[in-house]
Design a binder for this molecule. Structure first.
Ligand code: C2O
Ligand code: CU
Length: 487
């Protein structure tokens, strides 16, 4: 704690950092927001939608006058947006052209554990890994990113991340914008620091991990988005390592949250802020007037830490994220529907088990990740209650692979409407607790685990992670998993 605290007090200026900050008033929003392209796909003879994702080193121009060495998928920074329809089989050739091993995890996806892309599905340099599965879950904004144990923060921060959109035409409500790149936009938010030579600069490290004061949106620094429709759907993803964001608009206007991590809510939730910790998503719909300029910002928010620690973790920052420039004439957009096809009350009629997960230090229930130990065994198709408590003096969050859980309460109170839908990651500020109803899927594999962990990437790298297997109900015990390297 001593040296981390010294970093915090030193703030962001260590003499090597370039002044490219996104604190309010420092930007002119000169750069058009990059929109990640939709990944091209081919159709295989068995009907699968086939993608290729090649991870490689590159160089990206974020700043006006000097390039930044970066990593990306099918490009120099981030990756294309994968899109598939519910019921469709997908197959993805993951090619590793990096100088080190990586993996690609499909965050939020329900799929067999061997296809999950966690630390047990490493891809060696020069190797290819080709997972396939049938997409079977509600329409949602999912994402993909590396998951190599101990190197996730570094690989994500270099640029490896992208969106995976699940669509379901049978449950697509009228009135919800859905024209990608026209009225439906990805907003992938990351914080970085730039060194004087233009490279990413990895310091200072707060207790939460690496925080930066320069915001990139879809890999664009200092961005604006030209708006041509009255209503716009924004798919917000916090793809940062450590920073949480309380998103809102500079003029305080309200907006509607229509979806959380795992899909649409049961009804639009009217808010003026939405808080996302690393890994979380929210889909929001905001309306604009002709000709106006409005700024999306992140506002100070409660982390439960002392002021000095919260300063270091970015909790007290006001940041410019993205400026919207509405055209002088906007195409009309319908009003949002009053109801959406999200879930009703969670089914608690048959709870198979209740478990407690204590987050403290870099441990979950006093343990750190051991690849050869299964921490938790659950029954396929059962629902469990997971009580997750942060008893630590630092914020954490909790992500569970494969599932979409429901938050029953946070610190004993029902969740706000925007957190009452399908979730895979829950934020736990200092000393917060959440009670989750977790319905497990039907892909059983007693030897291959899924992961649960803190999604603050440095904490995850430090071992704040456990493993669970899904087995036939009644079956117990698991063989230790065999780590596989794909050549
Ligand atoms: Cu987004 Cu286990 O991760
Ligand atoms: Cu953590």
């Amino acid at each position: 704690v001593g040296s981390a605290a010294a970093w915090l007090l030193a703030g962001c200026g260590d003499g090597n950092t370039r002044d490219a900050y996104s604190t309010v008033g420092t930007l002119d929003f000169a750069n058009p927001l990059r929109i990640p392209p939709l990944a091209p796909a081919t159709r295989s003879s068995d009907g699968a939608r086939v993608f290729e994702l090649a991870a490689a080193e590159g160089s990206t121009q974020f700043l006006p006058d000097r390039p930044t060495p970066t990593w990306g998928y099918n490009g120099s920074y981030l990756g294309p947006t994968l899109r598939a329809t519910r019921g469709e089989k997908v197959r993805i050739a993951v090619v590793n052209r990096l100088p080190e091993a990586t993996s690609v995890h499909w965050h939020g996806m329900h799929l067999p554990a061997g296809m999950d892309g966690g630390p047990h599905q490493m891809v060696a340099p020069g190797g290819t890994w080709t997972p396939e599965w049938v997409v079977n879950q509600p329409a949602a904004t999912l994402w993909y990113h590396p998951h190599p144990h101990g190197a996730t923060e570094q690989q994500v921060n270099r640029g490896l991340a992208g969106l995976f959109l699940v669509e379901d035409p049978e449950a697509a409500p009228d009135g919800l914008p859905r024209d990608y790149g026209r009225d439906d936009f990805p907003v992938v938010v990351q914080d970085r620091n730039f060194a004087k030579d233009g490279s990413f600069h990895d310091g200072p490290r707060a207790l939460t991990g690496l925080t930066g004061n320069s915001i990139l949106v879809n890999g664009t620094w200092n961005p604006h988005l030209a708006v041509s429709t009255e209503a716009v759907r924004l798919r917000l993803l916090n793809a940062s390592s450590a920073r949480s964001y309380s998103f809102g608009f500079d003029d305080g206007r309200g907006f509607a949250v229509v979806a959380s991590d795992g899909g649409l809510l049961a009804a639009p939730a009217a808010v003026d802020r939405v808080l996302l910790s690393p890994g979380e998503r929210a889909e929001v719909v905001v309306r604009f007037a002709p000709g106006e300029r409005v700024e999306l910002r992140s506002f100070p928010h409660e982390l439960g830490m002392t002021t000095a620690l919260a300063n270091g973790a970015g909790g007290n920052d006001t940041l410019s994220i993205l400026q919207f420039r509405a055209a002088a004439r906007l195409s009309p957009s319908p009003e949002l529907p009053a109801a959406l096809p999200g879930p009703g009350a969670p089914d608690l009629s048959a709870i198979a088990a209740t478990r407690t997960f204590i987050l403290n230090g870099r441990h979950i229930n006093g343990r750190q990740l051991d690849h050869n130990r299964i921490d938790t065994v659950v029954g396929a198709g059962t629902t469990e209650i997971w009580n997750v408590s942060n008893t630590h003096n630092q914020p954490h969050n909790f992500h569970i692979h494969d599932v979409r859980f429901r938050i029953l309460d946070i610190d004993g109170a029902p969740p706000p409407p925007e957190l009452a839908g399908l979730k895979d990651t829950v934020f736990l500020p200092v000393r917060a607790s959440a009670r989750l109803a977790v319905p497990f899927g039907n892909y059983t594999d007693a030897a291959m685990p899924y992961m649960y962990h803190c999604h603050l990437l440095w904490h995850e790298d430090e071992g704040m992670m456990g493993q669970f297997t899904v087995v036939e109900p009644g079956q117990t015990g698991s063989a230790p998993p065999a780590a596989v390297q794909h050549q």
